[in-house]
Each structure stands twice: as structure tokens, then as C-alpha cells.
Write a protein that binds this ligand. Structure first.
Ligand code: ADP
Length: 520
């Protein structure tokens, strides 16, 4: 570093005035540099270079330490970094010294220096020492000691000021990063759960709240196994990876009972130094559908097998050479074949219809439909197949406005509802269809006195493949598609369908359809 200032070592001892002037200027220059530095590192680099210039020395070093911690190199000039590091481990200065100390020798600082001066600075929280050394035989005088003492004090203040600034900036950066991370965690769709070493929940994001229904107030700060007791049972089956980037962060799908509900969660865990973070998403719906599909395949196979066996048996009997099938038996066997193949066809049609009923390609017409006549037809058709202990009746005002809809699709809906009413009334009873117009719409009530439907299942029975509790419907055949098809068809006709039921007392299904406008 170049300096425009004259030498700090006046050769003329008489010229005290000049000497003082030079030293004041040197001091001002060093203080300016000290104050200009933006970081502790920059301070170290600038000030040591300037110290060598000002003291006509070859080596300068500034060491500092926070509180009682070890000293580190703020900056050095004329030393290799390992030499500077080694000096941090030497006692440069008597720890009790409060004023600059000077030394002369042949190998000072173990770098061959001949003259050394060290000045302490600070106390708490920052303390340190500034050292300047010459390789030539010229010891430091009193004036230089005074200059170094003053310079050391301002370096001490600067180190402390810069350290605070750096700490503040680091805190700001950390807070900013944390804020960013919190925003990301807050907005992702996966539930995120973080537990510390003691398994206390430290983070529970909004998705975790939404998936589990447990608010952060009841989870945060509590033992995980206490907040979610079912976690103890699944903890062992979860794979917790140690490296988030590793490909072995495998998700495990497990059922977890939370607040009385069974959720199927796909959970990944990653361990880190202070705890574990789990990310999870909800597969309950997907799992339920899988289950329903599996049940559907099982019931449908069963349902198809019964009529198939009847058709097969009747055909085989007709084919036998050894048995002469008489007229009446012959007719009965043909009726079995015809009725059972109708049943098979209806079932296959239902399955096909269910697969496209929610697609826009399915055509649903809008015509004027006389519902009373249509219902009478449906009741007659079901009555023919229903068991004897059932009474079927139609209750309707003498004249009714027509509804706007698709006649054949509505026939299918009503057949479904009335056939269900018959199917789920194994002990017989009354089935009543009541038609009631009101406010531009027609309500069609289909009532039975059968098994009824549990409250929890009333919203589920309209789902594809859903069949209510097997115990209740045991022995009653079905595929779980009828109400799904009915709901979709009614929706397409601009209407609604709902159910009210008391288990053991019966059910009432209500279809509401818009009335046809006079012109339509
Ligand atoms: P399924 O082919 O099983 O009858 P649906 O979709 O028509 O299929 O009905 C779904 C489920 O709703 C049935 O399995 C049954 O448990 C229940 N359900 C429908 N109608 C009635 C009713 N009238 N009474 C009692 N339960 C009914």
C-alpha cells in the first residue's frame, strides 16, 4: 500500500513538531481505514497493510476473540496464513497487560523478526491484540507505542461494530430464509410434520391440518405419540432416511386412526441432526376406491355366476339324451334360460352404463314425461318379480303436469329405486311411490318399510360401487351401481336425488325433477 505521508521516523530528533504532526496524520489515516472497512475480513486486510506502511515494518497482525473464545486472525500482512495461524496459539502478549509491550530478539514470532510491539484492545465481548514486527534491528520507541495503543483501541471498536453488523445481517438472512421456507411449507399440498429429538412436534403446516383435521394448537409443542396416539403403532413401519437427497426416501402407505377416522397416509421421513421431518399425503380416497373396486369385482363375479349357472344347468338338462323332457318342464327350462339371460344382460348393461354415465357423450333427451303413467308401468314390472309379501302402491293427484326429462332414463331411475325398495325389504311391507308437484318441480317419493340405511352410509350409497354394510345387505344381490347411475341420470336431467332413512324402519328416496314448461 502506498502512502503520500512522509516517513513516521523523523531523523532529526529536534524536530519534535514535525514528528508529532506526522504521527497525528498516520493515526488519522489508520483510523480512516479502520472506519471505512465494511467487514471484519476487509478491516484485517486494510489495517495490517497500513500498519506496516506506517511503522516501516515487514509484519503486522491483528488477532481477536469473542468473549472467552480462542483468538482468530482478523488479518495479517507479511505472513503466510499458516504462520499467522500459529501465532494465534502463541502467547503474543502477557494476558494481564493493558499497555503496549515491546520485545527485541533474533527470531521473534518464529519468523525471524528482530523487533516486536504488541498492543491489546477491548475487554468484553471483543478482545484482541495488534502486533507489528520488523526484520531489521530497530526497536519501537515510546511514540510508536502510543500510536499503536491508540490504533489498537479503534481497531477494537471497529471489530466489535462490524461483528454486530455481520451478526445482524446474518440474523436478517436467516429470518428471511426461514420466512421463505415457512411460506413454501405453508403452501405445499403435502402435510409436513417436524419433531425434535425429544419427539416434540415443532412444525405442523396447514396441509397437515387439512388432511388430519387436527389444528396446530392441539399438536404443536406436544409429544407426537401423545398428539397422534396411533403414530406409535406405525412408527416402526416408516422408513426414515438420513439424507433427504437419497433415493431411498421411500414412502410408506399406512392406515392411521386420527380423531376417530381412519386415514390412509403415504408418509416419508427424513432424519436430521436435531430431529425428524415427515411429509405425508392423503390416499384415503384412492384407497377407498381401490377397496370398492375389489369388492365390486368380487360381487359382480358372484352375481354373474348365479344366472350363468342357471342358464348352463337348464341348457345341459335340455341336451340330455337319457331324459325325456316333457312339455311343462321344457317350457320351465326355457323360461329359466330366457329370464336369467335377461338378468345377465341387464347386469352387463348396468356395468357399461356406469362406465359412461358421467361422460358428456351419453345422450339424455328432454321431453315431456307423464310421470304418473311411467310410475304405474314401473310398479307393474317390479310387482311381477317381487315377493308376495310386498304391497306396491302409487299415490298421485288426479292430474299432474309433465316433467322435462328423458323418459327411458327416468324409467331406469324409478325401476332402480322401486326394485331396491323391494330388494331391501326382505320381510315384506308396503312400498309407496308418491308424486307431489310444487314450485315448478315434481317430487317423487319412493318409500319402503325395509332394512333402512345407517346415517353414516346415507351419503355413500350414491357412490360408484358402494354397497352398504355387508351384514345388513347380506344375501341381497347387487353391484353397487344402481344408485350411482340413478344419481348421474337425475343430475343430467337437471334434478336431484336424496335419501332419508331410519335403520330397521325403512327408507324414503326423493327424486326432484323440473316440470316441463308449457311450450316444451
Ligand atoms: P346395489 O346393487 O347394491 O343395490 P345400489 O347402488 O342400488 O346398489 O345401492 C347401493 C346400496 O345402498 C345397496 O347396496 C344398499 O346397501 C343400499 N340401499 C339402496 N336402496 C336401499 C333401500 N331401499 N333400503 C335399504 N338399503 C338400500
Amino acid at each position: 500500500m502506498s502512502s503520500l505521508l512522509p516517513s513516521a521516523r523523523p531523523t532529526d530528533a529536534q524536530d519534535e513538531l514535525l514528528r508529532r504532526f506526522v504521527e497525528a496524520a498516520r493515526r488519522a489515516q489508520i483510523v480512516t481505514i479502520v472506519n471505512r472497512a465494511q467487514t471484519v475480513k476487509e478491516l484485517g486486510e486494510l489495517v495490517t497493510a497500513e500498519l506496516c506502511e506506517a511503522f516501516e515494518a515487514e509484519v503486522a497482525i491483528v488477532l481477536a476473540g469473542w468473549d472467552d473464545g480462542p483468538l482468530f486472525v482478523v488479518g495479517s500482512y507479511g505472513l503466510r496464513s499458516e504462520e499467522a495461524e500459529r501465532i494465534t496459539r502463541q502467547d503474543l502478549l502477557d494476558p494481564a497487560a493493558e499497555t503496549p509491550q515491546r520485545a527485541e530478539g533474533f527470531d521473534l514470532l518464529s519468523v525471524g523478526a528482530r523487533a516486536l510491539i504488541c498492543a491489546p484492545f477491548g475487554g468484553r465481548p471483543v478482545r484482541g491484540v495488534v502486533g507489528v514486527a520488523r526484520f531489521y534491528d530497530q526497536s519501537f520507541d515510546e511514540a510508536e507505542a502510543a500510536l499503536l495503543e491508540a490504533v489498537a483501541a479503534s481497531i477494537g471498536h471497529a471489530v466489535e461494530r462490524l461483528r454486530l453488523t455481520e451478526e445482524r445481517e446474518q440474523l436478517y438472512r436467516d429470518a428471511h430464509e426461514r420466512g421463505k421456507a415457512a411460506r413454501v411449507i405453508g403452501s405445499i399440498a403435502d402435510g409436513v410434520l417436524l419433531v425434535d429429538d425429544a419427539r416434540i412436534v415443532r412444525l405442523w403446516n396447514p396441509a397437515a391440518e387439512a388432511i388430519t383435521g387436527l389444528s396446530r394448537d392441539v399438536v404443536l409443542g406436544r409429544l407426537l405419540e401423545e398428539a397422534i396416539p396411533a403414530w406409535s403403532a406405525i412408527a416402526e413401519s416408516l422408513v426414515v432416511a438420513n439424507d433427504p437427497a437419497s433415493s431411498c426416501v421411500r414412502a410408506t402407505t399406512v392406515p392411521v386412526e386420527i380423531a376417530g377416522r381412519e386415514l390412509w397416509l403415504s408418509i416419508r421421513g427424513v432424519g436430521f441432526a436435531d430431529g425428524t421431518v415427515y411429509a405425508f399425503h392423503d390416499l384415503t380416497e384412492a384407497h377407498r376406491l381401490e377397496q370398492l373396486k375389489a369388492d365390486f369385482i368380487a360381487t359382480v363375479s358372484h352375481e354373474l355366476r348365479t344366472p350363468l349357472a342357471a342358464v348352463h344347468g337348464a341348457a345341459k338338462t335340455l341336451q340330455r339324451d337319457d331324459v325325456v323332457v316333457g312339455g311343462e318342464v321344457f317350457e320351465r327350462l326355457l323360461t329359466v334360460i330366457s329370464e336369467q339371460s335377461d338378468r345377465l344382460a341387464a347386469m352387463v348393461n348396468n356395468i357399461l352404463l356406469a362406465s359412461r354415465v358421467d361422460s358428456p357423450e351419453l345422450e339424455v333427451g328432454t321431453e315431456r314425461v307423464e310421470v304418473a303413467a311411467l310410475t304405474a308401468d314401473v310398479l307393474a314390472a317390479v310387482r311381477a318379480l317381487a315377493n308376495e309379501g310386498l304391497t306396491l302402491e302409487l299415490v298421485a293427484p288426479p292430474s299432474l303436469p309433465p316433467v322435462a326429462g328423458d323418459r327411458e332414463k327416468l324409467r331406469q331411475v324409478l325401476t332402480n329405486l322401486v326394485a331396491n325398495a323391494a330388494k331391501y325389504s326382505p320381510a315384506g311391507g308396503r312400498i309407496q311411490v308418491e308424486l307431489k308437484p310444487h314450485d315448478g318441480a315434481l317430487d317423487i317419493f319412493v318409500r319402503d318399510e325395509g332394512l333402512g340405511i345407517a346415517k353414516a352410509e346415507q351419503s355413500l350409497i350414491f357412490e360408484k360401487f358402494y354397497r352398504a354394510d355387508a351384514n345388513m345387505t347380506r344375501g341381497v344381490s347387487g353391484s353397487g351401481l344402481g344408485l350411482y347411475i340413478s344419481r348421474e341420470l337425475v343430475k343430467r336431467m337437471g334434478g336431484t336425488i336424496s335419501v332419508e332413512s331410519l335403520p330397521g324402519e325403512g327408507s324414503t328416496f326423493v327424486v326432484t325433477l323440473p316440470l316441463a314448461t308449457p311450450a316444451s
